[in-house]
Design a protein around this ligand. Sequence first.
Ligand code: UDP
Length: 338
Amino acid sequence: MPEFETISSKMKILVTGGAGYIGSHVVKALGEAGYEVLTYDNLSTGNKWSVLYGELIVADLSDEETLKKTIVKFKPAAIMHFAASIVVPESVRTPLKYYQNNTVNTLNLLGTMMACGARNFIFSSTAAVYGNAEKMPVGENAPMSPVNPYGSSKMMAEKILRDMHLADNDFNYVSLRYFNVAGADGGCRIGQAYKESTHLITRALKTAKGEFEKLQIFGTDYPTPDGTCIRDYIHVDDIANAHILALKYLLDKGKSEVFNCGYGHGYSVREVIAAAKKVTGIDFKVEETGRREGDPSILIADNTKIKQKLNWQPKYDDLEYIIKTAWKWENSYREKYS
Ligand code: UDP
């Protein structure tokens, strides 16, 4: 039986940050699965056109009155919270922005949600909470020991969630710790559209397009086989599907859990660059330079738990496919939407 037939058409999901990169792919997945979606986004980095399903409320999370009205009127069965700042080097330069957007705004959202009687919460967390973990692949039980303000701001929100659940068993959350999310919708309708992208794959593709003169490799002296950092790159549609499974789990009265979202293997910066050159067919210029502050050397997910408990089965575990979808998107979205 198709998935959507099992879902009540009345099941309403509120998505903060639904106009952003990951949020918009989850809104798409929710819409396709038959949920009623409402996006709440201040459009600081998101775009109206990326909300493919449901209505969009343009407002800030610090606007408690609008937030409260929205929750009271919409009565969501669950809230998915994507609205956040996510750039590691920026977090090192402007930590207060990160604690405000990622910790304080989450705290306010949770307070408002509890006051309105909503109890199911899905949180966008990050592998950055682990910092330089002792064991790789890293499991959810590894200590949280972030090495940058971005990771710390998310860790604090996770701690708040854990304490809330301990204090009130009716409040349940799933925290999904994303590894390096990349790629775009297979149908090329949505993708990453930040004004300034610092992420490796996007940066490499923009360099291939000629938007940058060269791609810099930040650090070649890490304790990895080729000296560059290793990350677990995961396609955004696999991340979106993990949210649908997490939601079903919560709506099925599942208790609070934390899950890693990654494929369980990684690629070095040099390997990603080689794949980007292969996919684009362009031998763009690369320059080796010093380390970027706040970068752990290796981040790879132990994804045993999400596979077992949510039956998550990744479909796009293929670096070239990830880069191909991002490349197609990179070459079309400006023409489509600017
Ligand atoms: N990186 C790089 N050059 C760039 C952008 C990123 O060498 O122009 C490296 C970065 O130092 C890190 C890896 O690529 O080791 C992934 O960085 P990204 O910003 O994509 O994601 P993060 O892991 O910081 O969330």
